[in-house]
Design a protein around this ligand. Structure first.
Ligand code: HAM
Length: 417
């Protein structure tokens, strides 16, 4: 068979699947600690949702959506991100009527027709959070804190948090006017993309990565100087709280995001280690989106992180919790070992055991390969005595214990199950 995975997609298995699980498990724990509930939205939606939600002039909507007509002639799009769907669900189920603040998290595949390269795929996975119903800066800070802690806990270092405020609609309109004025006679010197941005989405010129555009933008008017008193106060309070949380961050007045729905706080967590795909996690406030989608004016904030990008940054191989390997010797101990393995599994231990009869050496080699922490050896003599030999594979220490005390004993040894 010479059919291969489609360009920009990949299979996640073995070591990478262990990493994927590890990331989502840590994320889930942190989000649940902060009282977020999981939401699972459909992988595809009506195309209009993303057009309206993300914005017609954005790269995602203009160039990157997987859009097709289904057999009923409906225009369907594979979701390129999670926020628009979350807002749709919030409105569709009238969640606003039931609770003051809604805190949701999600993870799963997203689809964008981009040029694939390291850290950039056409099908990729995001994990994210969305908080709807509060404009309290405590939420902005909480969301940034959770994102940062998540990456820190996974063991990723050398991260930079950048933050900015792009203000509300009025502020941006005022700024846009002045920015266009400033860029007008420099337009010819901008890169091709920025010449289009000049017409459609001039704020995006600010964070263009092309050297000549960067040079031009250096002297451009500064967005934060256009913030209203209220917007300034909100921004100041978020920064104060981040300091309380002890999150290192820097302000980047040129940080604007590629989706139209943002207002006020925007942020990115960036690494230098992934070249051009250095943004690991990104988000911000989108106070205007819910009303754009037909709801009541409702403030909201959230982020999403690229799971594959996090995986690329995890240099250390993650091992499965497969912590106990059972070695069985001789036909007589086969059933005995089987019941022992099941008892340990019921008690939440991860247990590895061979199906075929193999030598002690072969079994120990395999147990070592899967990084088990303990080996339990069941031989003829042990079955007769109703005892087990437990070997700590790290220290090499070995003891013999009574069969019916095994779970208690292992719980004492492995406290993290
Ligand atoms: P975004 O910046 O488009 O924001 O994507 C968030 C993250 O998803 C990126 O920082 C990156 O790590 C990852 N990502 C994006 N595209 C790709 C790709 N083609 N391949 C691999 N990873 C990718 C959003 O999606 C917003 N919905 C975030 C948000 C949530 N804002 C408020 N709430």
């Amino acid at each position: 068979m010479n059919i291969r995975a489609v360009r920009g997609t990949k299979d996640i298995f073995n070591d990478d699947a262990i990493k994927y699980n590890y990331i989502t498990e840590i994320a889930k724990r942190i989000f649940e600690n902060f009282n977020y509930n999981r939401i699972i939205t459909p992988i595809f939606e009506e195309t209009a949702l993303f057009k309206r939600g993300i914005g017609e002039g954005t790269d995602i909507v203009e160039k990157e959506m997987y859009t097709f007509l289904d057999k009923g002639e409906r225009s369907i799009t594979l979701r390129p991100e999670g926020t628009a769907s979350v807002v749709r669900a919030y409105l569709e189920h009238k969640i606003y009527g039931n609770e003051e603040i809604t805190k949701w998290y999600y993870y799963g595949p997203m689809f964008r027709y981009e040029r694939p390269q390291a850290g950039r795929y056409r099908e990729f996975n995001q994990l994210g959070v969305e908080v709807l119903g509060s404009k309290n800066p405590k939420i902005d800070a909480e969301v940034i804190y959770m994102g940062y802690k998540l990456l820190e806990k996974i063991g990723i270092s050398d991260l930079r948090v950048e933050i900015n405020s792009v203000g509300g609609k009025e502020t941006r309109l005022k700024y846009r006017k002045d920015l266009l004025k400033y860029l007008k006679d420099k337009k010819e010197n901008l890169c091709n993309d920025c010449q289009t941005r000049y017409e459609k989405n001039p704020l995006r010129v600010l964070d263009c990565k092309v050297e000549k555009c960067k040079e031009i933008v250096k002297k451009a008017p500064i967005l934060t100087e256009y913030l209203s008193e209220k917007e300034k106060k909100h921004y100041e309070e978020v920064k104060r709280l981040l300091n309380i949380y002890n999150i290192p961050f820097s302000e980047n007045p040129k940080l604007v995001r590629g989706l139209d729905y943002y207002s006020n706080i925007v942020f990115e967590v960036i690494t230098e280690k992934l070249g051009a795909q250095g943004t690991v996690l990104a988000g911000g406030r989108y106070d205007g989106l819910i009303s754009t989608m037909g709801g009541k004016d409702t403030p909201a904030v959230g982020f999403a992180a690229g799971i594959e990008r996090i995986m690329l940054l995890m240099n250390e191989k993650k091992t499965k919790k497969n912590r106990i390997g059972i070695v069985w010797l001789g036909e007589e101990s086969s059933d005995y070992a089987l019941l022992l393995a099941n008892e340990l599994r019921v008690n939440n231990f991860d247990v590895y055991m061979e199906y075929e009869k193999k030598s002690l050496r072969a079994q120990m080699k395999k147990i070592d390969k899967i990084n088990a922490k303990y080996a339990i050896i069941v031989g003829e003599e042990e079955v007769k005595e109703n005892k087990l030999v437990v070997k700590n594979l790290k220290t090499g220490e070995q003891i013999k214990i009574k069969r019916d005390t095994i779970c208690e004993y292992m719980k004492g040894e492995i406290n993290e199950i």
